[in-house]
Design a protein around this ligand. Structure first.
Ligand code: ADP
Length: 438
C-alpha cells in the first residue's frame, strides 16, 4: 500500500474517533463535558506523539547504541522504515569495509609501489612496496608534499616538467626504479614504481655470461686456427712437430667440448620447467663409479679413499653424479701429486652428508664466497691447465639448490680444502642460496 495512505488513514481515523466521542458526550451530557472529553483525548494524543518524538530524537543522537523503539500508529511505520534504512546502511557499510580491506590487502601484496597524491602532490595513501621503494611511511607522511619526501633532483625535475608519457628511471638507495605518473580524477595523480634492480642484475649476468663464454671459446679456437694455418702454409712440417700440434688441437677441441657441455648442463638446470624427478639414488653404485673416475683422472698420483656409512637418498642420480664428480675431480685437479683425497658419505643428526677432503693447494678466504659464480677461478691458468671450464661449482650450486641441499667450503691455502654437501632435512632453498652466497 502507498506509505502516505498508511500514515493518513490511522491519523484520520483517530481524529474522527475523538470528534465522534466528544460529539456523543456533548449530546448526552452537555457541551462542557463533550468539549472536555475532546480536549483530554487531544492532549493524550499530543503526549503520545511527543513521547515518540522524544524516543526518535534520543535514537537519532545514538543510532548505534540505542535500539529503535516499537511504534504506535503511524510511528510503527516510520520506525520500521527507519529500521530498514539502517539495516541497508549497515549492510552497505560492511560490504564497503570488506571491499576496502580486500583492496588494501591486494595493494599491499603488489610488487609494484603505488602512491596516491592529491592535486597539489600531497600524499594521500601509499602501499608497502612504495614505502620500501621510496622510503615513505603511509601513516607518518600522509598529508606531506611528495617532492619533500622524495628528494631526488631527477624526480623533482620530472614532476616540474610534467612529461609523464615517458617513465622516469630513478636510482634510489641502491635500487633502480621505473617510475610512472598517471593523472586521474580531480587532478589527482597515481605514482607507480617498479623495481628493476633484479632485471638489471639478470641482464648484467647474461651479458657477463655471453662475454665470458665467448672469451673461453675464443682462446681454444685461436690455438686451433693457428695450428691449422701452420699446417696449410707449411705442408712439409716435421712429423713430430705436426703430431704435437695435433695433440694440442685435440686438447683445445676437448676443452671447447667440455665448455659447451657444461653450459648446456647449466642451462638445463636453471630451467624452471625442468624440476627434479625424484628417484632412488643408489649411493654405493654412484660413489664407486665416481671413485673409479677419480682414480683414472689421478693416474695414481694421489691416494684416494672412499668411505660410505649412510643411507641412500631420493633425488636425481644424474644431477648428483654431476655435482659429486665435479667436487671430486676438482680435488684431484687442485691437489699436487702425492696428496690425499678422502671421499665420505655419512649420516648425521641433521641428515646425510657428502664430503670431499683434499690436501691440495687450498683457497684463500676472500675467494670462497665467489667460487660458485660462473667462470670464477682463483687461478685462471691453473684451471685451464687442468681442463677446467670455470662452471663446475656453478653446476654444483644449481644441483644442490634443486635438491634442497647446502654446500659448505672449508679451506686453507697450502693446507687443503673440504667441500661438504649437507642434505639437511630442514633446509630450504632460501637457506641454500644464503649459505652459498655468504
Ligand atoms: P674449474 O673448472 O675452473 O675448476 P670450478 O667451478 O669447478 O671451475 O671451480 C672454481 C674455482 O674454484 C677453480 O678455478 C679453483 O680455483 C677453485 N677450486 C675448486 N675446487 C678446489 C679445490 N678442491 N681446491 C682448490 N681450489 C679449488
Amino acid at each position: 500500500m502507498n506509505p502516505q495512505l498508511l500514515f493518513w488513514i490511522p491519523a484520520t481515523l483517530r481524529l474522527s474517533f475523538i470528534l465522534i466521542a466528544s460529539g456523543i458526550c456533548w449530546y448526552f451530557f452537555g457541551p462542557i463535558i463533550g468539549l472536555s472529553i475532546g480536549l483530554i483525548c487531544l492532549i493524550a494524543l499530543i503526549v503520545i506523539q511527543l513521547k515518540y518524538l522524544y524516543l526518535l530524537s534520543a535514537w537519532l543522537d545514538h543510532p548505534d547504541s540505542e535500539k529503535l523503539p516499537d511504534g504506535w500508529g503511524a510511528w510503527t511505520d516510520i520506525f520500521s522504515r527507519l529500521y530498514r534504512l539502517r539495516r541497508d546502511d549497515e549492510r552497505n557499510r560492511t560490504e564497503l569495509t570488506e571491499w576496502l580491506a580486500r583492496f588494501r590487502q591486494a595493494m599491499s601484496l603488489l610488487p609494484d609501489g603505488v602512491v596516491i597524491m592529491d592535486d597539489v602532490l600531497f600524499l594521500e595513501w601509499c602501499n608497502p612496496a612504495a614505502e620500501r621503494h621510496l622510503g615513505l611511511n603511509n601513516s607518518r607522511d600522509k598529508g606531506m608534499r611528495v617532492t619533500n619526501l622524495i628528494r631526488s633532483p631527477d624526480f623533482i625535475d620530472y614532476i616540474i616538467l610534467g612529461r609523464y608519457e615517458q617513465p622516469l628511471t630513478l636510482s634510489l638507495k641502491d635500487r633502480k626504479l621505473i617510475v610512472h605518473i598517471i593523472p586521474f580524477e580531480n587532478r589527482r595523480q597515481i605514482l607507480v614504481t617498479h623495481d628493476a634492480t633484479e632485471n638489471d642484475r639478470i641482464e648484467m649476468m647474461r651479458r657477463d655470461f655471453i662475454a665470458n663464454a665467448s672469451h673461453e671459446l675464443r682462446t681454444p679456437l685461436t690455438v686451433i686456427n693457428g695450428f691449422l694455418e701452420i699446417a696449410q702454409t707449411q705442408p712439409d712440417l716435421d712429423q713430430t712437430i705436426r703430431m704435437s700440434h695435433l695433440k694440442l688441437m685435440i686438447e683445445q677441441g676437448q676443452r671447447m667440448q667440455n665448455l659447451v657441455e657444461d653450459m648446456l648442463t647449466l642451462t638445463r638446470l636453471e630451467s624452471i620447467d625442468y624440476p627434479v624427478r625424484p628417484e632412488h639414488v643408489n649411493i654405493h653404485n654412484l660413489l664407486d663409479q665416481i671413485k673409479q673416475e677419480a682414480d683414472a683422472l689421478s693416474g695414481g698420483r694421489h691416494e684416494i679413499s672412499l668411505m660410505i656409512d649412510g643411507p641412500d637418498i631420493e633425488g636425481s642420480t644424474d644431477e648428483l653424479r654431476s655435482a659429486f664428480s665435479n667436487l671430486v675431480s676438482n680435488a684431484v685437479r687442485y691437489t699436487p701429486a702425492g696428496g690425499r683425497i678422502d671421499i665420505k658419505w655419512k649420516n648425521t643428526e641433521a641428515g646425510p652428508q657428502f664430503s670431499v677432503k683434499d690436501s691440495g693447494i687450498g683457497i684463500r678466504a676472500e675467494h670462497i664466497a665467489r667460487l660458485t659464480e660462473r667462470f670464477y677461478r682463483v687461478d685462471k691458468s691453473r684451471s685451464r691447465e687442468t681442463q677446467g671450464t670455470g662452471l663446475g661449482l656453478a653446476i654444483v650450486k644449481h644441483v644442490l639448490l634443486r635438491h634442497g641441499a647446502v654446500l659448505a667450503i672449508e679451506s686453507q691455502p697450502e693446507a687443503g680444502s673440504t667441500f661438504i654437501v649437507r642434505f639437511d632435512k630442514n633446509s630450504t632453498d632460501g637457506d641454500m642460496v644464503r649459505a652459498l652466497e655468504n
